[in-house]
Structures are given as structure tokens and as C-alpha cells.
Ligand binder design. Structure first.
Ligand SMILES: Cn1c(SCC(=O)Nc2ccccc2)nc2c(=O)[nH]c(N)nc21
Length: 270
């Protein structure tokens, strides 16, 4: 049995990119975001991940102003209204600073604080930081992912980023690590990382994983993005059994119930 008996936490995904709420109006965006936030909270999410820039390969870049406009009002409203922890999904240092000031308590950076000024921005807050592995850039990372030893290379990268954080004054107690499923990995690489997740725990820091609805699941089930609930819950269950501290998901209720079954199993109390 890996990890503590504490239940793996469920982080609900709250996209505030314009295409995630089909209408145009700003009020509608905030209104709809709050509705989704409240729903995911009621379903048992203890984290909400608020992101204003899609990381899909080919997604258009978002300006600083645009990203701030999208995420800050949402983070402010959620943290004023609800007792939930909010992470901000951004790589921009200015968004990190503003989001924490608005109430976010985790910085979720798919770029592992490699942008200019990101380490300093994160170090200036007391927020938790999730460092995620990515090979290459979102635009081109899926063209030809290649590794000699995917686990070893991901582990080395994450260790290097932890060292960079410590040198910037970020405490280890603030850091979570994430293998970055789908970010510069083939399907085989992704499943190797999932299977060998316990080896990442050797870095001695909590793990956050994002598997929900990703193409690695579609590849083996043949299911479209909107039809990947069972596969996503299965993947979250595997990750939790293998020690993940937080799972980042679209489907909160189903995943929370799966985590309750994992918890009962790992606690061996029944
Ligand atoms: C912001 N963010 C993303 S966005 C990609 C995504 O969800 N794609 C996707 C979503 C739905 C369907 C298919 C693909 N993935 C992670 C992750 O795995 N870990 C952390 N920490 N943050 C993350």
C-alpha cells in the first residue's frame, strides 16, 4: 500500500477560456464559472483549478491582460463565497501574483516555473506550487516524444525544478510534483509513467496527476472526449492506489466516490 491513509483529494477543472463557456458576455462567464464551482464543490471537490489559457497543441496564446481579466474575478468570487482551495493554472508570473492576492493558494504551472520571473513570483507568496513535467512546448510536444528512460528523465527534470525552487526560497513543504500526462509523451510513455508512479514518490514530495479525459484514455477505449468517464475514473483510481495526493478531474462526483473506495481499501479498517 503506497502513501498515507489520507484520502486522495479531487481537484475540479474550471476552464475560463472563452470557448469553455460558449456565450460571449463577461457577466455570463463569471456567472457560469460560479455555477460550475458550486456544483463541483457540492460533489466533493476540495480543490478547483482555474485556468484561462488552453495548453492544447495549436491553442492560440493569450495576452497577460486577457488572462488576468478571465481568471482574477473568478478566483476572487470563488474564494469570497466558498470554502474551497483554488489553484491557478498559469505560467505567467504576473498572473501568479495577482491570483494569490485574489485568494488562490496553489500555483499550478505546466511550465514548472521556467518562465522569466516565475520562480521569484512564486517565492514571494506562501502558495503551494505544482511543478509539472513537459517535454518541449505545447505547440510541438506531441510531434515525436522520445525518451531513453521516461521515468528517469521525468524524475531528473522534477528534481532539477525542486532544486531551482529551493534556491529561489520556496520551501519543499510548498511543492507538489506532477509527471504531466500527455505533455510530450506517447501513449506508451504515459502508461509507463502511470504504472511506475510509486517511483516518483521517491522524490519525497506529494504527487498531483491529471489524467481526466486525456487522449491516452481515448486511445485504449476508442471513446470520444465526452465519453471517457469510466476510463477517467479508472485512471484516477489507479493513480490514487499508487500514491497520488491530488487528482485533477472534470467529473468530480464519480471520482470522489472512487476515491472513497480507494481510501477504504488502503485503510484496511473494514
Ligand atoms: C492545466 N493542466 C492540464 S491541461 C491539459 C488537459 O487537461 N487536457 C485535456 C483535457 C480534456 C480532454 C483531453 C485533454 N493538464 C494538467 C496535468 O496533467 N497536471 C497539471 N498539474 N495541470 C494540468
Amino acid at each position: 500500500m503506497h502513501g498515507s491513509t489520507a484520502m486522495t483529494e479531487v481537484m475540479g477543472i474550471l476552464n475560463v477560456t472563452p470557448d469553455s463557456f460558449s456565450d460571449g458576455g463577461n457577466f455570463n462567464t463569471l456567472d457560469k464559472a460560479l455555477f460550475q464551482a458550486e456544483r463541483m464543490l457540492s460533489e466533493g471537490a476540495t480543490w478547483l483549478d482555474v485556468g484561462g489559457e488552453s495548453t492544447r497543441p495549436g491553442a492560440s496564446a493569450v495576452s497577460l491582460e486577457e488572462e488576468l481579466e478571465r481568471v482574477i474575478p473568478v478566483i476572487k468570487s470563488i474564494t469570497e463565497r466558498f470554502a474551497v482551495s483554488v489553484s491557478v493554472d498559469t505560467s505567467k508570473p504576473q498572473v501568479m501574483t495577482a491570483a494569490v492576492a485574489a485568494g488562490a493558494s496553489m500555483i499550478n504551472d505546466v511550465n514548472a516555473l521556467r518562465s522569466e520571473g516565475a520562480l521569484a513570483a512564486a517565492a514571494a507568496t506562501q502558495a503551494q506550487v505544482c511543478l509539472m513535467h513537459m517535454q518541449g512546448e505545447p505547440r510541438s510536444m506531441q510531434r515525436n516524444p522520445s525518451y531513453t528512460d521516461v521515468l528517469g528523465e521525468v524524475k531528473d527534470f522534477l528534481q532539477q525544478r525542486v532544486t531551482a525552487c529551493e534556491q529561489a526560497g520556496i520551501q519543499r513543504s510548498q511543492i507538489l510534483l506532477d509527471p504531466g500526462f500527455g505533455f510530450g509523451k506517447s501513449v506508451q510513455h504515459n502508461y509507463q509513467l502511470l504504472q511506475r508512479l510509486p517511483e516518483l514518490q521517491e522524490l519525497g514530495l506529494p504527487l498531483l496527476v491529471g489524467l481526466s479525459r486525456k487522449s491516452m484514455l481515448g486511445k485504449v477505449t476508442g471513446a470520444e472526449v465526452s465519453q471517457r468517464l469510466a476510463a477517467s475514473v479508472a485512471a484516477a483510481t489507479i493513480a490514487a492506489m499508487k500514491g497520488a495526493r491530488i487528482v485533477r478531474v472534470h467529473d468530480v462526483r464519480a471520482t470522489v466516490e472512487a476515491m472513497q473506495v480507494v481510501c477504504a481499501t488502503l485503510q484496511e479498517e473494514y
